[in-house]
Design a protein around this ligand. Structure first.
Ligand SMILES: Cc1cc2nc3c(=O)[nH]c(=O)nc-3n(C[C@H](O)[C@H](O)[C@H](O)COP(=O)(O)OP(=O)(O)OC[C@H]3O[C@@H](n4cnc5c(N)ncnc54)[C@H](O)[C@@H]3O)c2cc1C
Length: 309
């Protein structure tokens, strides 16, 4: 940490944008190397809608809030790490000073020599009403929530044929009672043959409404008037980076939407690093995001170590 012009401006070694598993893990590992780190979060992690997280060995079944609290609590051991509960609104590079300036919704400014972008992604659903049930009775990840729904009658909402087959195959080990909803997309004869071979029912009519209260789904109503009673199912959303910091800072982006890195979290812009789902703009898992946070911490630390040696 440096202080510029007397004692007023603190320049952190690194500011980490987002305290999901990627950001927490990056902070922990940088803090342990005695780097002065500020980590910011505003509680918009996409998994906040769910009751339990699964598949992270030693943390299977914890709530997202518990997971975060354990992470933040571990960081308190390291005086070099400071947590700020703030919304980041702008990130820019001060070319002259060679630092990054982070602005918050409260109009505060924070500065750092390096930044790690770890603000995650958000979903868009083929049917907007899915949001009312997401994380409670409609899920997107069979690895995360399939086990708890084993052998139950399930549905899948997917409006692309390849997504239909992908989810049908994935969920076949979870439940044999699958009802496929394409919301108006016509499936090919080959696809229909595959579904029928596995005793899966399907409905290609547009959906009129999802019925239920307090996140508990009861039925899917089609525009034809037909109603199918189901309490649980999966949806295939599309994903995007809600915070376009990488784009604004001029990081190279691939046609797939991924931010291009060297495989160790370094973007095409010096001093700008990325970890977790925000890099691919696609879904992964708590464990993968945490691992990427660990990797990026190594890159940031080594770069600082080399520059200052
Ligand atoms: C319903 C649901 C259930 C899931 N269940 C599981 C599961 O059981 N197991 C599993 O492994 N994975 C699960 N996942 C996926 C898992 O949540 C993600 O893979 C993981 O959280 C990605 O980590 P991340 O650090 O990249 O992003 P995130 O966890 O999304 O963290 C990004 C952080 O950035 C913060 N942020 C965003 N914008 C700003 C801003 N402008 N200013 C300040 N802070 C900001 C957010 O508050 C958030 O905390 C689930 C996801 C969903 C939606």
């Amino acid at each position: 940490m440096k202080r510029r012009r007397g004692i007023r401006v603190i320049i952190f070694d690194c500011i980490i944008l987002g305290a999901g598993p990627a950001g927490l893990s990056a902070s922990l590992n940088l803090g342990r190397m005695r780097r002065n780190v500020a980590i910011f979060d505003n509680g918009t992690n996409r998994n906040r809608v769910t009751h339990e997280s699964h598949g992270f060995i030693t943390r299977d079944g914890t709530t997202p809030a518990e997971f975060r609290n354990i992470g933040l609590n571990e960081l308190t051991k390291y005086p070099s790490v400071t947590y700020f509960n703030r919304t980041i609104t702008e990130v820019s590079r001060d070319e002259q000073a060679g630092i990054f300036v982070i602005e918050t919704a409260e109009n505060e400014k924070y500065t750092a020599e390096k930044i790690v972008m770890a603000t995650g992604i958000q979903e868009e659903f083929p049917i907007e009403a899915v949001r009312n049930f997401y994380g409670r009775s409609i899920f997107s990840c069979p690895y995360c929530d399939g086990w708890e729904l084993r052998d139950k009658p399930l549905f899948v909402i997917a409006n692309k044929e390849e997504q239909v087959l992908h989810m049908a195959k994935l969920l076949y080990s979870i439940s044999r009672d699958l009802y496929i909803v394409t919301n108006g997309t016509q499936l090919s004869a080959d696809c229909i043959r595959e579904l029928e071979k596995h005793d899966m029912r399907y409905n290609m009519e547009p959906v009129q409404a999802l019925h239920g209260d307090n996140g508990n789904l009861e039925a899917i109503e089609f525009r034809t008037g037909e109603k199918v009673t189901r309490s649980f199912g999966f949806v295939v959303p599309s994903f995007h980076r809600a915070n376009p910091f990488a784009e604004k800072l001029g990081c190279n982006i691939a046609e797939t939407g991924s931010v291009i890195t060297d495989g160790m979290g370094r973007t095409s812009q010096s001093g700008i690093y990325i970890a977790g789902e925000t890099q691919k703009a696609g879904p992964s898992s708590l464990l993968i995001a945490a691992a990427e946070g660990n990797i990026v911490a190594g890159s940031v630390n080594m770069d600082i170590a080399t520059e200052k040696f």
